[in-house]
Design a protein. Structure first.
Length: 235
């Protein structure tokens, strides 16, 4: 009987040690910062070099998408030789430590023994259609999202930042160092997809490439418009 109890305890401890943690629990606070996690079967939504020339991080998301489903994964420039080939659509298992990098939640896997293993490929989750009134907030940090038809209300500055508005609210877009052909021009109507992230006290929406910016053929900046008229165009 004692032997059976011992075996049961060993099995319980082993299953707990190798539990599959979820991004949902990381982002909603169930798993606190500083925790070591094993996250399995998540999909890369932006690869190692899509938002940085250093190849030091990517974004991943749970296949089910939705709020709290995405997070940044950081391995550092010293590990680019190992992980610099990580690409959009890779299905990966990750081990590392949950951390807050200037209030941006990430899985830091830069320490010895941390791993990112590509186990296959999968469709990129989403994008989730989210109104701008709720997009720029914690539940959508790290998630691949898309906007309703929106208008540029402040043209891109020298840092590649511009502001957009839909029928529900406003949001800040940022090219995040990506070499985009399109940057917001005042009065442009676009549907914009991308990753939500946090820096310098604000949430941002960043297209991964020009394919994330769609021109729906709406009114130009010189045409008189109302939200009722805009909605009528896309019924």
């Amino acid at each position: 009987m004692k032997n059976l109890i011992l075996v049961a305890v060993v099995v319980l401890v082993a299953s707990t040690a190798f539990a599959d943690d979820t991004i949902y629990d990381i982002q909603n606070g169930t798993i606190p910062s500083g925790s070591y996690v094993n996250v399995e079967g998540v999909v890369v939504t932006s690869g190692a070099y899509e938002f940085t020339t250093s190849g030091a991080y990517c974004f991943v998301e749970e296949p089910g998408a939705g709020a709290y489903s995405g997070v940044q994964v950081y391995w550092g420039s010293a590990n680019v030789g190992l992980y610099g080939g990580v690409a959009r659509g890779d299905l990966v298992d990750i081990s590392g430590t949950v951390s807050e990098y200037y209030d941006l939640t990430e899985i830091d896997m830069s320490a010895a023994g941390d791993t990112l293993i590509v186990v296959g490929t999968a469709p990129v989750p989403g994008p989730d259609l989210v109104g701008l009134d709720v997009m720029m907030d914690e539940p959508w940090e790290g998630v691949f999202v898309t906007t309703n038809c929106c208008v540029c209300i402040e043209a891109a500055n020298s840092y590649g930042e511009w502001f957009i508005e839909d029928a529900f609210g406003t949001a800040k877009c940022d090219d995040k160092g990506v070499n985009l052909t399109y940057l917001g021009a005042y009065g442009d109507w676009r549907i914009i997809s991308g990753i939500v992230w946090y820096a310098y006290g604000a949430f941002n929406l960043s297209p991964r490439d020009d394919g994330d910016v769609f021109d729906p053929g709406g009114p130009t900046a010189t045409e008189a418009t109302t939200w009722g008229g805009i909605k009528a165009l896309y019924r």
